[in-house]
Design a protein around this ligand. Sequence first.
Ligand code: ADP
Ligand code: MG
Ligand code: MG
Length: 543
Amino acid sequence: MSSEAKTPILRSCIKLPLANDELLEVIAKAKDYAIMHGAAMRSKISYSADSLNFAPFVLVPSSFPRKEFEKAVALQPIINRLMHNVAHDEEFITTTLAETIKVDEFTANLFNIYRKVLANGFTQRISLGMLRSDLMLESDCPELSPVLERPAAATVAANDAAMSDDVGAVEQQLDAKLNLANVRKCNKELNGSVGASTASSAYCCWKQVEINTIASGFGHLGPASKTIQSFVLTELGHAEKIKRMPKNNALAGLCDGMVKAWDIYAKPQAVILFIIEDVSYNICDQRFHEFYIRENYPHIKVLRRTLTDVHRDGKLGQRKELLLGTTEVAVIYFRAGYEPGHYHSQNEWDARYLMECSLAIKCPSIHYHLAGTKKVQQALAQPAVLERFINDPEEIKAVGKIFTGLYSLDDNEAGNASYEMALRTPEKFVLKPQREGGGNNVYGVDIPNALKRMTRVERSAWILMDLIHPPLSQGYMVRPGGDMPPQIVDMVSELGIFGVVIGDADNILHNYQAGHMLRTKLSTANEGGVAAGLGALDSPYLI
Ligand code: ADP
Ligand code: MG
Ligand code: MG
């Protein structure tokens, strides 16, 4: 995806560029601030368990339209309920994944565990869902016009104010326009219920990239980004702008979810188990979850173990409780187990199955994991499918609008039509396998070759998705070992909204939105994983 000259721009919250001296000084402080506030990672280049690098970050927060942010937040409990219902729909999961598991070994292994657990009956009926719905703004949306500067035909008034060096004046003008738009929208929606009118809308200027049901990271790094950027804004003399950065209680919201599950399990001595990779580069994000729990609930212990450890030390007790040695596990939080590389041998698969059979409350349980596959997302985007999971027509409409075009590549008529379409206009699409963790997709012009290398049947391991075209923002990205001072670069952002949902097939006990995270990448990069080294921590500045 190269940034095209005509891609509209979300203006920066402060006037750029900064003078070199000021820039160097604030960056030197901000790097230390980041490390000292836990916005850090282990280095992949020179790994040491004894040291940390700051995580790449965008110097000042990126602008994000307030209305769109609020809609995403309001919609999250509905998405939580949707995913909870999907996870508990055996027939839907089985039919949807039927073709995929014939050719995708990893998904097939997960599905086999699901099948075996189904056959034996679920020992633990409660699931803990800690989801993250990721989205990108779609530049083409007319309702974004007030906040976008179009290089060719930017709003005259906004331009004038920007030229006059008064970012505040631009904000006031845009606020006035947005308020007008809101009033018109509210008038249209007066007949709807309050909840529906916030969540649904005649327009939604963003599209869901994906929904994560396993290892939804950045519960700590999301809020930490706001902390760094608040510090930077204050250093630069813009402290008043902090109030436009929405509060972010992601860490508390997610950890409280784990603790609620622990309470449901109701065994005072039982622990919360984090399943981790052999090496955790994203260590701060994980440890801050652990530390938050210990600091706020001193009676709850967290253990960190790999799948290999669980295979070695784990067994089921008489009530099918999961025991690590003699320690009982109440809640299992998977920060690993979402990619084939985490399963070195059958041992790790056996460990996953053992945990699935146990009484422990899993985040995610196997059916939640399967509900988060790209194939399921593609199926949910098909007409009339949402009706199976959501009753309220307003909510169906609202959720339906967040999907961009998603196409099956199964070996049938529809799948073959998508295949032909991808060969004809590959630049419009991204091709996705059933994988998590970034770096697995194929983009644009690379798609035809990738597809032609597959057999017809192999294609059903993949889905095709319309590319989303987010507006650009411009600013400084600060990364370990990066150029000093950095250049102003074109960037695009992806917002993640966290949700927590706890319940069983019949009841939802807890369902809430739990903060957010913003990741920003160079506009020329296809993917923006921060841990993968391509993206940077960021937080929204609402305009
Ligand atoms: P993963 O589960 O590996 O994170 P994603 O579906 O989130 O997979 O894709 C990885 C990245 O690819 C996203 O973070 C985003 O930067 C980019 N991407 C994915 N889908 C789209 C899309 N439809 N349009 C534009 N970029 C996309
Ligand atoms: Mg994912
Ligand atoms: Mg993703």
